[in-house]
Write a protein that binds this ligand. Structure first.
Ligand code: GLP
Length: 241
């Protein structure tokens, strides 16, 4: 499996061996990685080479280290298609995963200038302000701040936003969410995100997604800021030319 005459560096070949072990389910998330010396002996390479491979995989987050305990296999990232105006609940159920939410804020607030502009409503219009941690199989994936004009979706309650807002809007309120504009940018978890998303204090990367979605009649339905854990998520899109 290791080709010493290949121009591909040995550490890179070892990386591939370990990655394949993860992909083929030889190692499970949370398992401890075999010791450096095990790979060094098995593939007849130096421990330095193995160490380099492991460090690279830690940097790429296939593996993680716990001081004094060893190196472990990380959870694989969820791949999210950027096409398609789907909800978190739909995204998770498409993967056979259970979505849930923890609510850290549910209020009706008067629109300030910025909210009024973004939602295309008059200032002081009542707006739902909802802050939810979105979980997949009980693991926090994203922190989501949602703003929806209160008159669009009457009867929204803390209990209802525990599950899908899109489902409630479409199935109970008969609204048609039709289109959205979305941006994606890289950030570092702030204090609140560190706590609610249970990520590292020292600069954990977060992918900030901002969505403005519209109803069939052109009205703005919501503005949402979602901070996705960059260690759990990657985004993909198919391109053609
Ligand atoms: C995704 C989107 C949000 C949207 C949410 C609705 O997370 N990034 O913009 O508001 O889905 O999710 P649900 O219907 O599960 O409440």
């Amino acid at each position: 499996m290791i080709d010493k005459s290949s121009p591909i560096p040995l550490y890179h070949q070892i990386e591939e061996v370990i990655k394949q072990g993860i992909e083929h389910g030889e190692y499970q998330p949370g398992d401890v990685l075999p010791a450096e010396r095990v790979y060094a002996e098995q593939y007849q390479v130096s421990r330095m080479t193995v160490r380099q491979a492991i460090t690279n995989l830690v940097n790429e987050r296939y593996l993680y280290r716990i001081k004094g305990k060893g190196t472990f296999i990380a959870e694989p990232k969820l791949e999210q298609n950027l096409k398609g105006l789907t909800s978190f609940t739909e995204d998770m159920s498409a993967r056979g995963m259970k979505a849930s939410s923890k609510i850290s804020k549910f209020d009706i607030i008067p629109a300030n200038r910025s909210l009024a502009e973004q939602l295309n409503v008059d200032m002081h219009t009542p707006i739902y302000e909802i802050k939810r941690v979105r979980l997949a199989e009980e693991i926090p994936m994203a922190l989501e701040r949602t703003y929806i004009p209160a008159n669009l979706i009457k009867g929204l309650s803390e209990e209802r936003v525990l599950s899908s807002i899109y489902k409630y809007a479409e199935e109970q309120m008969g609204l048609k969410i039709k289109s959205a504009t979305q941006t994606l940018e890289a950030t570092i978890a702030n204090k609140e995100e560190i706590k609610l998303l249970e990520v590292d204090q020292g600069g954990a990367p977060v992918l900030l997604m901002k969505r403005t979605s519209k109803l069939e009649n052109g009205q703005t339905f919501e503005i949402v800021k979602s901070s996705y854990r960059a260690d759990r998520y990657k985004f993909m899109i198919d391109l053609e030319r």
